[in-house]
Design a protein around this ligand. Sequence first.
Ligand SMILES: [Zn+2]
Length: 305
Amino acid sequence: MKKGLEGLGRWWGGSVVLAGLLLVCPMFVGAGAGGSSQELGPSLVEFQREIVLKLTGGKEIVPGSTLADRFTPERRAVARDYLSSVFQTMDLEPLRHPYRENGESVYALLPSTTGSDEFIVVGAHFDTVDRSPGASDNATGCATVLGVARGLSSLQVRGRGVFFVLFDEEERGLQGSRAFAQKLVDEGKNVVAVHTIDQMGWDGDGDGAIELEVPYEGALELYREAAAVTGFSGHIHVTSETGSDHTAFRRLGMPAVGLTEEYRNGDTTPHIHRPTDTWDTVDFEYLAAGTRLVEAAVTKILRGN
Ligand SMILES: [Zn+2]
């Protein structure tokens, strides 16, 4: 079941080969099984691969510059600008949430089309520890959030608003997500579900399984139904892991769940927090399958079913 990187074809960066891509590349392979609403453009795998490479130094993030990590204030600023630019490619207005000096998350709101005052949060942290390029941890989570945003932004009817949030400083004690959760409380936002993603790129045994961390009531059933919709075949484990951004929202009373590779069940990246957490350790088909699953789950919430 697992497809190695060599099975994905080489990386075709840049639009010069777009015409060729339209003819030969698995343009709709990724979108087909999930019923995703993607329009013409890169496949989900190619879209996410570009994000992961640019965030992790596998490709220039701006001309002449590659990111060694997303730890220093300067490099996190470069990452924020890039993440903002990705939101803009899907006609979402990129917003910033500065919460302290050098602490600033990036987010966008996809508004409800029905006048609902209820909100969903889909989030992932973009920062890393010092001297780790942070591919699995957590460029993959960022690529999941942006992949879901791309899919949902073309939904015609949305029964709730969705905040897509890329948190700063998860690695320093969930600082970005704690501040963002507090902001939602301070603004009196009615948040019906929070889904955060941390490490969604490693599937060494090829079984496609994921874990739900401390799922709120109904979240496991939601993901089982989403799996049926998308053809997601991996097992969905439940764990009690609290060490990521979902915890910040649960602490303030919001229904929250974390999503990850088999972090507790042992099939997790051995490169975590190391200089070797590089883009070429990421299983992009697994990442895309997880992304389609999250998109299907959030779509179900948006439709109120
Ligand atoms: Zn992480």
